[in-house]
Design a binder for this molecule. Structure first.
Ligand code: UDP
Length: 497
């Protein structure tokens, strides 16, 4: 008994003071870790929103973008959260009844009203950008274009968003913002990776934009756009060809074949067996072809398909001017183009057409692409209709022309070859967001891409919590060891003093 009492006195680990210190130590360490975890836990995600309407020549589409509200200076990743295709044609088609242009937009804006949380409505910027269709209407009849914009603005102001205006984008802006979108979504800007060129094919215009080592803007300042993004400088080459979107290019190709105003044209770009009566005044009702309208032609012509790819390509080539170039090198129509460089993303109608034709895979050699197109163009119209019962006849009839036009534009127009054709990727979306100018436009107007690389926090959240936990565990172990003299001795033979 006396030996046990002596042992207790020498090893007083269970004295009230030691126990209290131990408990306080453990509580302090647990509290430290808990605070580190709780304090730094990401708050439930809240978002900010932006809305852009793309008023194209053939249709209008609305896109809603969202990004995390907590991130400083809006540096969080921006993603598309909704897209809505407006019913009916592009706003430029409403020149004779402008109010209908405004009304056409309301269904998609209602969807946007539902999608964006009510408390965010008033701070959500809303932009409308019009492209080549309105550029053409503005050239043709600027007062009609003004009236369409008035009607559209009136309609947009009725919604609770922060309306930032409706305007026509220049071709240069359309090209440059398409390039920003593709490279932002690919994370190439922030990570300073080689950029991807952008090829955009619309109904009324087409854009090519890329960075090339042999372009600094001095050869052709009109084609130069300088950007400083995330601390890096880019000298972007961009050009927009008005009237070379696929719908206007089709008019130009038909105009090539109807110069003399014949009653029938045998068109190699349409399937054999296709025949439609068309109106000369409708065909020539565009500033892209109006100066070529044949005099004294009948009111209508018989548009008959012959289905011959190589002859179609010959006619298509005639809408380009390859003869003159006052620069070291040109694409076509005396437009400077530096050497093609890097990977390219081809979107909008490039994608729609090549996807329909099953030709989005650019590892398919160009010779095989032309073989397949030849076979497709030669397919009788009845058979084509049978094979694609769900496709709108207007689109279906034009895919032979559109495919031929795309291949000709890329190879003869922009000088892509068998070697660099595989550098092109036909894309619709990148990480859930549509490729197109709209996202780049919004990022620019909301200053969401900083000119300089943002400072990164010294430690990410997970690193901070891990370090605090490790330090707390070390402290705990040290604390336990510091109490070592007080540990109970568990030898078989208690030491008797
Ligand atoms: O499912 C679709 C949607 C659109 N298009 C075509 O893609 C082009 C898109 O043109 P947009 O209206 O964007 O014209 P922009 O104003 O940019 O020239 C037009 O030729 C449309 O006919 C298509 O082939 N398939």
């Amino acid at each position: 008994m006396s030996a046990q009492r002596d042992m207790k006195e020498k090893n007083p680990w269970h004295t009230p003071v030691t126990i209290i210190f131990s408990v306080i130590g453990v509580i302090a360490i647990v509290a430290l870790v808990t605070v580190a975890v709780l304090q730094n836990r990401p708050l439930p995600q809240k978002y900010k929103y932006g809305i852009v309407l793309d008023a194209g020549s053939s249709h209008t589409a609305l896109y809603i973008y969202e990004w995390p509200a907590e991130k400083d200076n809006n540096t969080g990743r921006v993603e598309q959260t909704l897209s809505c295709k407006v019913d009916g044609p592009g706003i430029s088609s409403y020149a004779s009844a402008p109010w209908k242009a405004g009304k056409s937009l309301t269904k998609c804006l209602e969807q946007a009203r539902q999608k964006v949380p009510v408390k965010r409505h008033s701070e959500t910027p809303l932009y409308l950008g019009a492209t080549a269709g309105m550029r053409l209407l503005n050239l043709e009849d600027s007062s009609a274009s003004t009236k369409v914009f008035q009607a559209v603005e009136e309609a947009l102001q009725k919604f609770p968003f922060s309306f930032q205006g409706a305007r026509i984008l220049s071709g240069q802006e359309e090209g440059a913002f398409g390039w920003v979108t593709v490279n932002y979504l690919d994370d190439r800007l922030e990570q300073n990776l080689q950029t991807r060129g952008a090829l955009d094919l619309g109904g009324a215009s087409t854009q090519i934009s890329f960075v090339s080592d042999n372009f600094d803007g001095s050869d052709s300042p009109d084609n130069a756009v300088a950007f400083r993004l995330y601390g890096n400088d880019y000298n972007l080459y961009t050009h927009s060809f008005l009237c070379y979107g696929k719908d206007q290019a089709l008019r130009k190709t038909l105009a090539q074949q109807t110069k003399s105003g014949p009653g029938t044209i045998l068109d190699p770009c349409f399937h054999p067996g296709y025949t439609e009566t068309k109106n000369y005044s409708v065909l020539y009702d565009s500033p892209c072809v109006s100066d070529r309208k044949p005099q004294g032609a009948p009111a209508t012509f018989n548009h008959t398909g012959k289905g011959n790819f190589s002859r179609c390509q010959e006619v298509v080539k005639r809408i380009f001017n390859f003869t003159e170039c006052k620069y070291s090198q040109c694409s076509f129509n005396e437009v400077f183009q530096p050497r093609l460089q890097g990977p390219f993303g081809a979107f909008s109608a490039y994608y729609f057409v090549m996807n329909f034709l099953n030709l989005t895979d650019t590892s398919i050699p160009l010779e095989v692409v032309t073989e397949r197109l030849s076979r497709y163009c030669a397919t009788p119209w009845n058979q084509v209709k049978e094979q694609h019962p769900g496709v709108k006849l207007k689109y279906l009839a034009e895919y032979c022309f559109s495919g031929t036009y795309i291949v000709t534009l890329l190879t003869k127009g922009y000088n892509f070859t068998s070697e660099n054709y595989p550098n092109i990727k036909f894309i619709k979306k990148i990480k859930g967001s549509d490729a197109g100018w709209t996202l780049g436009y919004m990022l620019n107007l909301t200053n969401m891409i900083p000119a300089e690389a943002p400072d990164s926090p010294p430690l990410p959240y997970a690193g901070y919590v891990s370090i605090v936990t490790v330090i707390a565990l070390l402290l705990f172990v040290l604390f336990i060891f510091s109490l070592r003299p007080l540990w109970p001795r568990c030898s078989k033979h208690p030491q008797i003093i």
